[in-house]
Design a protein around this ligand. Structure first.
Ligand SMILES: Cc1cc2nc3c(=O)[nH]c(=O)nc-3n(C[C@H](O)[C@H](O)[C@H](O)COP(=O)(O)OP(=O)(O)OC[C@H]3O[C@@H](n4cnc5c(N)ncnc54)[C@H](O)[C@@H]3O)c2cc1C
Ligand SMILES: *[C@@H]1O[C@H](CO)[C@@H](O)[C@H](O)[C@H]1NC(C)=O
Ligand SMILES: *[C@@H]1O[C@H](CO)[C@@H](O)[C@H](O)[C@H]1NC(C)=O
Ligand SMILES: *[C@@H]1O[C@H](CO)[C@@H](O)[C@H](O)[C@H]1NC(C)=O
Ligand SMILES: *[C@@H]1O[C@H](CO)[C@@H](O)[C@H](O)[C@H]1NC(C)=O
Ligand SMILES: *[C@@H]1O[C@H](CO)[C@@H](O)[C@H](O)[C@H]1NC(C)=O
Length: 558
């Protein structure tokens, strides 16, 4: 059992490793001991055969895991990606001839001694991004047009910072995690608009401060994890939010990074994994003799009939029937994909893993882009706008990609494009999973824009959004930690199965930075280093799961 109060210590260790990507002897926690990684054997490349590693998914975690393996001399890996390109949740679309971002859009932090590793890559590859004043440049509306509720914005800011500070004190006292609503109700923090009931004009700033980042309401979120996730991002990297406006797409930075080390035969596209068989993974295995990289007729390394006589620890089957054999697998599929059983695990994953996967939340965060016809400029001149709806969370946050010519900075000048962000249960309402269609979304937006701009004859507009919740490759947007979450369950979410053969990496694995690109980066790197450590210690490793978290005891019968 890792007490919550010790987590910041553990986090600090992983932060140090992640914050210095050039350091070549990172230390990692392993089964309670600090294990120093020895440098790779100099002849790793020339030894009889390197272990075969499959990395499932080519998002940020998969690419950084691959880069980490390459840099330590382990090059016998294959990235297996369902989409036709690298990027994962860095996903762009086109509206009115402009590239816009359906998924990740911001890089957090700018002025700090600890540089966000995503910013480092963006700068390295010349990504075009601009500083977006999310919390400073705001126009406020409600269902009667313009409405001034700047006091409520200030109150929500204050409430957020007292929650974050209160979490620091709670960690020092080794107190439990709670939901924010509960702790406010118990007077642990000063009264604030975060305690119910709230008016629509109070809700809107809270949504901007909280739901916009965590994609759920304060009562659905962990108090402590929210607070350190915020601090470890904004206090460590800096307060700025850089918005990618790069017309090659935000994904460009990770594609360009991949191009620096990835060989064409180290990745397959359009390859959807349908099952992962790890039934042979616990057999003691001599990795030097398991032939698993025999090239098949079509050039794909595949398990041939000969191959099967010498069973490999893990076998991955693609939707088209091709099988791929591996000594080790790193799976980077989203928490949502894991929760939906999109992949068939043979045998079924252990109960401790299934429980851990179920214990965390995959949220939905959807951006709806709106592009206006005509040439009249009628929308707000600020970068952001809030809309306070009588129904909490109905299209609450608006952003302009087309600010006046004299505004600094410019985003997509002349694009006549705004986007509304809708999160959590409200975002599910506009998903096809709830039966909503594009026509419904268009009608919603007509109504809301007419509320915001009551004296304007709205021009025609096109809309564009990605239905994250319904996408079988994601099943939502990113993870959030629920109130009173259990650190043992998070350890089990990260733990390998099959004696270190089958591993998981991705944003949800980062306790410090869940939800963020830099969380995916840090966890991809950490899991690759853990795998290298395992291989160097003989290749068969204990899984570091908590055997079974102790559930509550039923009360004695009264
Ligand atoms: C709408 C939205 C807004 C966001 N905004 C920001 C932001 O501004 N800043 C920020 O830092 N973060 C943001 N994030 C979070 C960030 O995008 C993620 O944390 C990060 O991209 C996750 O990377 P990953 O490698 O862990 O997972 P993924 O990017 O999901 O990579 C997993 C890969 O696996 C592939 N895959 C899935 N199933 C299969 C299968 N069966 N077979 C083969 N391949 C499969 C997927 O196609 C994908 O490429 C946002 C996310 C979303 C969705
Ligand atoms: C993947 O499929 C798309 C069409 O869906 C195709 O355009 C592309 O060439 C394919 N890529 C590869 C590498 O097969
Ligand atoms: C976050 O940082 C603030 C300001 O430095 C501090 O007061 C607070 O205790 C920190 N909270 C956590 C959870 O680390
Ligand atoms: C199956 O998909 C893989 C990956 O795209 C491809 O390389 C292979 O040729 C396909 N096999 C068949 C039988 O279509
Ligand atoms: C597991 O090993 C057995 C015995 O070697 C073999 O027959 C079987 O095909 C292997 N299964 C997989 C999925 O590799
Ligand atoms: C809309 O017009 C009415 C009547 O002319 C006016 O009272 C109101 O202030 C206008 N609203 C806005 C948002 O401009």
């Amino acid at each position: 059992m890792v007490p919550l109060a010790l987590l910041p210590l553990l986090l600090a260790c992983s932060l140090l490793a992640a914050a210095s990507p050039t350091s070549d002897s990172p230390s990692r926690h392993h089964e309670g001991h600090l294990v120093g990684l020895s440098p790779p054997p100099a002849q790793a490349q020339t030894e009889s055969r390197q272990p075969r590693i499959l990395i499932l998914g080519a998002g940020v975690a998969g690419i950084i895991a691959a880069r980490t393996l390459s840099s330590q001399g382990f090059t016998n890996y294959l990235l297996v990606e369902a989409q036709p390109e690298i990027g994962g949740r860095l996903k762009s679309g086109q509206i009115g001839g402009h590239t816009v971002e359906f998924g990740a859009n911001w890089i957090q932090g700018l002025d700090a001694t600890t540089v966000n590793p995503i910013l480092r890559l963006a700068v390295k590859h010349g990504l075009q991004s601009v500083n977006n004043d999310i919390y400073g440049s705001i126009t406020t509306y409600d269902d009667n047009g313009l409405a001034d509720y700047s006091d409520a914005i200030d109150a929500a800011d204050d409430a957020f910072y007292s929650i974050v500070a209160g979490a620091g004190a709670q960690l020092d006292e080794r107190g439990p995690d709670l939901s924010v609503k509960v702790l406010l109700a118990h007077g642990k923090l000063p009264p604030s608009p975060l305690s119910s009931p709230t008016t629509k004009d109070q809700d809107s700033p809270i949504i901007s401060q909280w739901d916009f980042e965590y994609a759920q309401t304060p009562s659905q979120s962990s108090w402590l994890a929210t607070a350190w996730n915020n601090n470890l991002t904004y206090n460590l990297f800096g307060e700025d939010n850089l918005l990618s406006v790069d017309q090659r797409g935000f994904k460009y930075f990770i594609q360009a990074e991949a191009a620096t080390f990835l060989q064409p035969d180290q990745i397959v596209y359009n390859a959807t994994v349908s099952s992962v068989d790890w039934s042979n993974s616990s057999a003691t295995h001599d990795t030097s003799s398991s032939g698993s990289s025999i090239a098949s007729a079509n050039g794909m390394p595949a398990a041939s009939a000969d191959d099967m006589s010498d069973a490999s620890p893990v076998t991955v089957t693609l939707a088209n029937g091709t099988t791929l054999a591996a000594d080790y697998v790193i799976c980077t599929f989203s928490l949502g994909v894991m929760q939906n059983d999109d992949v068939d695990w043979v045998p079924r994953l252990p109960d401790w893993k299934r429980e851990a996967v179920a214990a965390f939340t995959m949220t939905t965060y959807t951006k709806v882009f709106v592009q206006f016809a005509g040439d009249e400029r009628f929308w707000f001149d600020t970068e952001m706008a809030l809309y306070a709806s009588p129904t909490r969370g109905r299209y609450p946050i608006w952003q302009s990609l087309d600010v006046p010519a004299d505004h600094e900075p410019q985003f997509l000048p002349g694009s006549r494009t705004l986007f509304a962000t809708i999160v959590g249960d409200n975002a599910l309402d506009i998903s096809s999973l709830s039966g909503a269609s594009e026509v419904d979304v268009q009608e919603d937006l007509t109504e809301i824009l007419q509320d915001m701009f009551p004296n304007t004859t709205l021009p025609d507009f096109d809309i564009l959004y990605h239905d994250w919740a319904a996408d079988p490759l994601f099943r939502g947007s990113y993870s959030n930690f629920p109130p009173s979450w259990d650190p043992d369950l998070h350890q089990n979410l990260r733990s390998s199965v099959g004696q270190g053969r089958l591993r998981w990496a991705g944003e949800a694995g980062s306790a410090a930075w869940f939800g963020f690109l830099h969380g995916a980066y840090a966890d991809g790197e950490a899991v690759a280093l853990e795998l290298i450590d395992c291989i160097q210690r003989g290749g068969v490793c204990e899984d570091n799961n908590v055997p079974r978290p102790q559930g509550p005891l039923a009360p004695a019968r009264p």
